[in-house]
Write a protein that binds this ligand. Structure first.
Ligand code: BES
Ligand code: ZN
Length: 667
């Protein structure tokens, strides 16, 4: 370990008398015995002391692939016990020196780093610190090229091809590879930053920026940007991007940033942003973050979107040209309340972030486009949940709403649709029973006023803090005592498999029906040989006329559901689908991905090359993982092709995506 040697071998390493550093690997045991909350994904000694603010002064070095400088952490000792150390999470960082209140302090890096949680950094506080007292720790450090939360792009990996690019992705536990921190969602802090980067590149962070890039002086070819985040955020919401960036205004509090080559496309695609924001405020309460800007990233960005405060990061695979993927922006906006303002206390209750966010996302769509759209996307979500549960197995522990992460389970390994869609279904159910009607009632998704008020109060009462499932349950019980008694909390929260209640019965399938019926026709024609020439009776190119992109997507989702893994469509039917509907020409990345999955499932080897092209074009895990899986499942040749394609393209993937795909492929 790079830093471990450094810390221990540091000749200035001195132990303040009476404060022998604890064996860091036992740090967690000590924390657990002392206080709650416990965070199974952090080795820090939060909340013995709490970091409440961080001041960064950092320089970005593209040649060395390193960000370095100082992080000055302000910490307050908790109310119960005195502190003699501050234990922080790190991973792949070089720690150069530490000082406490201006006095050089001894530090030690864990000699046996945890494979998932990283290398704990124990800083000895000179003299024990009393409960309630505040101290400041300055750490001089730098990241290494191995830091999992950063991706360094060479110019040829960008749209412009001339400048390098750096971006971060810290959720769930990668902030520790950027700075020494209490990398626990409950350890919220404000921050200020100075970031020095080579001109003409622009640095952006998840905060309100200081002066505009043009007004900054260039010295020695470098410019220094400043940022301030006044709202306390968990470390995973810290974010940094540096690249050749330009902005266009898209609303009174919003602009879209991207490389000049893609900024106009972003401006068009995300034009509904202000409307989404206003709809979200009506559902969830005032927007506290000041700005809501978007950063359109290069194609290797591993997620669809990431709700970094003040500056959502989005993948360019949203650029369908028709705003059909804009609901991802509604989703990230929704996180301004669920996740960013009110945060899951640990990653075991991730559904409190994502399930609530999907709920608000669909409420936004409801407000703007009507209940039919809410129901349509809820039906799709339930189908995706079913696909996940079928694929993992109905008794798989990761299909429980609350997974167990104790023992250092990597939250990235547990990631799936479950917290999103089972969490959403749970809220729909709770809304439904709160109205006093436990029966299937098509009106339920229309929203019950009392539940709407409850949701707003949830954000108002917990703002700037965290929530647990137990706390949420208690407030629901207080608000809806009779309804709460009907809820099987234990099964919903802890049992694997599909939800105990079929919430699908609440939805009106008006918009889904046409897609589902068309899919059924093709399915029956294939299995029962109905129709002529490998296509259903009367099938024609006009079948999809009047379908929105979302309905075409739903048609493919329905086909995938009918024909899941083991019952592929026959090749002639695949050819007929393509002939009539030209699905391969879709600019919508969701449609393109599902169509390739169907073709690969049918053993269509002509789909190999276009799949390889898609796998090289973008590194969004939502597409990489099912496409690699489908290739792999499509026989020996497919598996060999998957491995070959991965070897050829892995260098362009984000470290997180590379790791997840490697695990999926067993390499
Ligand atoms: N916060 C997530 C992305 C994330 C989750 C990153 C877990 C790292 C760990 C983000 O809000 C998200 O859910 N994005 C979705 C879009 C959405 C519409 C469901 C995505 O990336 O596809
Ligand atoms: Zn989300």
């Amino acid at each position: 370990m790079l830093g471990a040697v450094q810390g221990v071998a540091n000749p200035k390493f001195v132990r303040a008398s009476g404060s022998t550093p604890k064996r860091v690997s036992r740090g967690r045991t000590a924390v657990r015995a002392m206080a709650t909350p416990n965070d199974p994904s952090s080795q820090s000694n939060y909340p013995v002391s709490k970091v409440t603010h961080c001041d960064f002064d950092l320089t970005v070095d593209f040649e060395k692939k390193s960000v370095g400088g100082t992080a000055v952490l302000t910490a307050t000792v908790g109310p119960d016990v005195a502190a003699d150390t501050l234990v922080l999470d790190t991973r792949d960082l070089v720690i150069e020196s530490c000082s406490v209140d201006g006095v050089e302090a001894a530090f030690e890096l864990q000699s046996d780093p945890h494979p998932v949680m990283g290398t704990a950094l124990t800083i000895t506080l000179p003299g024990s610190r009393a409960p309630g007292s505040t101290f400041s720790v300055a750490v001089a450090y730098r990241t290494t090229p191995e830091s999992s939360g950063l991706q360094w792009l060479r110019p040829e990996q960008t749209a412009g091809g001339k400048h390098p690019y750096l971006f971060s992705q810290f959720q769930a536990i990668h902030a520790r590879s950027f700075f020494p921190c209490q990398d626990a969602p409950a350890a919220k802090m404000t921050y200020k930053a100075r970031v020095t980067a080579p001109a003409p590149l622009v640095a952006l962070m998840s905060a309100v920026p200081g002066e505009s890039p043009e007004s900054l002086p260039v010295a020695d070819g470098m410019r220094t940007f400043t940022f301030e985040q006044k709202v306390p955020i968990p470390p995973y919401l810290l974010a940094l991007a540096v690249g050749n960036l330009e902005a266009r205004d898209i609303g009174p509090r919003s602009r879209v940033w991207s490389e000049p080559e893609t900024v106009a496309a972003g401006e068009y695609e995300f034009a509904e942003t202000e409307e989404f924001l206003q709809a979200a405020e009506n559902v969830a309460g005032p927007y506290v973050w000041g700005r809501y800007d978007l950063l359109l990233l290069p194609p290797s960005f591993p997620y669809g979107g990431m709700e970094n405060p003040c500056l959502t990061f989005v993948t360019p695979t949203l650029l369908a040209g028709d705003r059909s993927q804009a609901h991802v922006v509604a989703h990230e906006i929704a996180h301004s309340w669920s996740g960013n303002l009110v945060t899951n206390e640990t990653w075991e209750s991730f559904w409190l972030n994502e399930g609530f966010t999907v709920f608000i996302e669909r409420k936004i769509m409801h407000a703007m486009y009507g209940k039919a759209v809410f129901d349509f996307s809820a039906i799709g979500g339930l189908m995706e949940l079913k696909e996940t549960v079928d694929r993992l197995g109905a008794d798989h522990p990761h299909t429980a709403l609350t997974p167990v992460l104790e023992g250092g389970v990597d939250p990235d390994d547990v990631f799936s649709k479950v917290p999103y869609e089972k969490g959403f279904a749970f809220l729909v159910y709770l809304e439904h029973v709160s109205s006093g009607r436990a029966d299937a009632d098509a009106d339920a998704a229309n929203g019950h006023p009392a539940f709407g008020e409850f949701l707003k109060a949830h954000f108002e009462n917990n703002k700037f803090g965290c929530v647990t499932a137990a706390g949420f349950r208690a407030s629901y019980e207080a608000a809806f005592p009779d309804a709460a008694k009907k809820v099987d909390w234990e099964t919903w929260l802890h049992k694997p498999g599909m939800p105990p209640v079929d919430v699908g019965a609440y939805y009106d399938d008006a918009l889904a029906r046409a897609s589902a019926e068309l899919a059924k026709k093709w399915h029956l024609c294939d299995v029962l040989g109905m129709g002529a020439q490998d296509r259903p009776e009367g099938a024609s190119a006009s079948d999809l006329e009047g379908f929105t992109a979302a309905q075409i997507d739903h048609f493919l989702l329905s086909l995938l559901e009918y024909r899941g893994g083991s019952h592929p469509l026959s090749l002639p039917v695949i050819r007929a689908l393509e002939e009539l509907y030209s699905l391969s020409n879709s600019k919508n990345s969701e449609i393109a991905c599902k169509w390739l999955q169907l073709r690969l499932g049918a053993g269509d080897t002509e789909a190999f090359e276009p799949t390889a092209k898609a796998l090289a074009a973008a590194g969004r895990m939502k597409f990489l993982r099912p496409l690699y899986r489908s290739l792999r499942r499509s026989g020996k040749d497919g598996e060999a092709f998957a491995l070959k394609t991965f070897e050829e393209t892995r260098a362009m993937y984000h470290p997180i995506a590379e790791k997840m795909v490697a695990a999926d492929l067993g390499v």
